[in-house]
Structure formats: C-alpha cells, structure tokens
Design a protein around this ligand. Structure first.
Ligand SMILES: *Cc1c(COP(=O)(O)O)cnc(C)c1O
Length: 373
C-alpha cells in the first residue's frame, strides 16, 4: 500500500548536507536482472575483485574466533599491529575504517571547518568532493589533461595556494594512471605548512612494479600526510568494509580516530582483514591476473577506436565517442553493468572494471555487436 508522506516541515537542516550531490554507486545485480531480463550479470562497474577473496578469509570467518555476539575491538588493535609490521610504521599512525571511505569522512571532519578550501581532481572519486562539501569546505577541482593524465602544473599551483586538504587518488580513480616518482615528488614539493596531502592508494596493489609506494615516499617528506589503503579491491573484501589511513605523526591519527564512530570496523571485517594479510600471495596472484587482463582489454578497446587512458588499476577509462550513458544502457540490456561518467564535460567517458576473462570477453563481444553496426 502507498504510504502518504506528510508535507515538508519547517525543520532547519544542515545546509551543507542537504545540498550534497548523491554518490553515484554501481547498479546492483537484482536491478540489472530486472532491467535486462538476464540472470547472468557481468558487474563491471564497481571495481570488485573477479577472483573473490582468499580461502583463508572464508576459513577464518567460519572459525570459532568469529564471535558475532561480542562488540569488536574499537581500536582494531590486532589488525593495526599486523599492518604496522607489514608496512614498517608505528601502529599509532594507523587508523582503521569502515572502508577507506569512512576515513575520507573522518579526515574531513577532523581537519576542515566551514569555508576551508580543498583541492582535488576532476574527474574524481565522488567522496573526495562529497565529504569536504559535507564539512562546509569549498572544493577546487583540477581537470585531467587532454592526454588523460594528471595536470601537474595546475595541481602544483593549486596546492601552493595553501588549501587545507589535497585529495589525490594515485593510481587515479576513475582515470587510471598513477603518479610516477618525479611527479609525486613535484606535488610533495608544492605542499606548504598548513596543508594536508591525502594520497588515496585504493588501487596500489594493481600498479606495475616500480610504481611509487606512498607510505615509503611520504615517511621522509617532512609534510603532513595521510595515505589511504583498502581491503576492498585487490584483497576482495568490498562487502565487509575495511580500509585504513596511515598518518604522519601521532596527533593527526588521534584526531582522525576521534572523528570516526567507536565500533566502526565490525568483528567479521577485522578477522577477515587479518586473514587476508596472512595470505598476501593470493592477493599478488590475483592482482597479476588483473594486470594481464587489463592489457588484453585495453588493446581490444583501442581496436574499436576508443581513446583509452593508461591504467595502473583494475579498470579502464575511455572516451566512447558518444554519450556514454546510452552505451551503458545498451550494454545493460545484454546484462553487462558498466559505469557511465556523469561529471560535467566527462559524459563521453565510460569506466569498465577488469572482470574475469569470460566477463571481459563478453564485454568485448557486446561492443563488437554495438560498434560494428
Ligand atoms: C574504492 C575506492 C576507495 C575505497 O573504498 P572502501 O571500500 O571504502 O575502502 C577509496 N578511494 C578510492 C579512490 C576508491 O576507488
């Protein structure tokens, strides 16, 4: 039965929150089934891991160490200590989050005040803009170059103007390239006291060998920084929600931790993340399969005449030579979910996740049918 909704009241709402743009999340499988009339959906819009996750994770979740009736450790002590050892950082510098997205929110809450300025890129990972806006900040977005890369000169100028926070994802979601060593050094060199550099490395594990490790590079930089990493992508734990922030010093992580909810990382997520860290060889093998498929899919897309951005990630971003929403709709009719970019001036771009070899073949075959007409 239809519920009747009473007319809006005069309750004053937080204007920063009320005006937020929605987060553009990938379509779910049930809706794609309903829209396509197909059961076998290829979900290539959310950068999930086509290999699933390590069997050690499933074993840990089935073991007696998982006690759902107990509150989980609010400080994630065991996970942070395992991470501290792996990364050679003081666990006091690490804050674990309900996904690294929660850390983007906590950093924004911890550092920003209304009217503060924030620099990021466009196209951008939605939350790098949404969370600063929620905190009342003004967001300056630096566009990608015509060659689909970072505009280092423009970023340098914007960073030198002393924003409170700079959010940069490298490798870059949604475009794909990563900052190389000289480029990262150049941006670090532009940071002035009073600015926090947040380097979001959600796709770190998919980068080619030799790519900079933000934690290594920033530890000796002398600037205030946060490096974000996640278990959602290469480790295949997107549904459990666990990521973390590695912060400069010990005061910044203390305040970021104060800005999160107390029991933010649930018991299953803590156990799963620790188990995933104990089986890094699974993750590395999966990431190298993704790299091989990325190369194959990029060549196939280029074969259609699409301009494809260089990628260090588990997705490809390309100019589809027309309205990407209509191409996404055509693909959805065949049971393939992709992400049409919606930010102004980027409506010709499509982002496709590297899936299983069979899903990638299906995408390529569907594009043959649509583009060769
Ligand atoms: C996927 C992604 C994240 C992480 O998401 P969580 O699942 O919240 O850890 C963070 N930043 C970028 C740029 C991403 O693409």
């Amino acid at each position: 039965m239809e519920q009747s909704v009473k007319p809006a009241s005069s309750l004053p709402l937080n204007p920063h929150i009320a005006a937020l743009p929605p987060y553009n999340a990938g379509m779910n499988i049930a809706m794609a089934r309903a829209l396509s009339g197909r059961h076998d959906i290829a979900r290539l819009a959310s950068n999930e891991n086509p290999d699933g996750c390590s069997p050690t994770v499933m074993a840990a979740l089935a073991s007696s160490s998982f006690e759902p009736w107990r509150y989980a450790d609010p400080a994630c002590t065991a996970l942070r200590s395992a991470l501290g050892e792996k990364l050679a950082v003081d666990p006091g510098q690490i804050v674990a989050g309900n996904g690294s997205e929660e850390m983007i929110a906590a950093i924004s809450r911890a550092v920003l005040v209304p009217g503060a300025s924030v620099v990021t890129t466009v196209p951008s990972f939605g939350l790098h803009e949404i969370e600063p806006l929620a905190a009342g900040a003004d967001v300056v977005k630096i566009p990608m170059t015509p060659e689909m890369g970072f505009d280092l000169a423009a970023l340098e100028t914007a960073i030198a103007a002393r924003p409170r926070i700079v959010f940069i994802s490298s490798p870059w979601n949604p475009v794909g390239p990563g900052l190389d060593h000289p480029s990262l050094q150049r941006l670090i060199g532009a940071v002035r006291p009073g600015t926090l550099l947040v380097l979001d490395e959600a796709y770190f594990e998919f980068a080619d060998p030799g790519a900079p490790d933000g934690i290594e590079v920033l530890r000796s930089s002398g600037i205030d920084y946060v490096v974000l990493r996640t278990f959602s992508k290469a480790y295949g734990l997107a549904g459990l929600r666990v990521g973390y922030a590695v912060c400069s010093g010990l005061e910044l992580p203390r305040v970021v931790a104060a800005a999160k909810t107390p029991f933010n990382v649930n018991a299953a997520a803590q156990i799963a993340a620790i188990a995933a860290l104990a089986d890094e060889s699974w993750m590395r093998a999966s990431a190298s399969r993704v790299r091989a498929e990325r190369k194959r899919a990029a060549a196939a897309l280029a074969g259609f005449g699409f301009r494809v951005a260089q990628s260090q990630t588990n997705f490809l971003f390309f100019d589809c030579k027309g309205d990407s929403s209509s191409l996404a709709t055509d693909l959805l009719k065949q049971g393939i979910i992709v992400k049409a970019w919606r930010e102004t001036s980027y409506e010709r771009y499509l982002r496709v996740t590297i899936g299983s070899p069979a899903d990638n073949d299906r995408l390529i075959a569907a594009l043959h049918g649509l583009m060769d007409r």
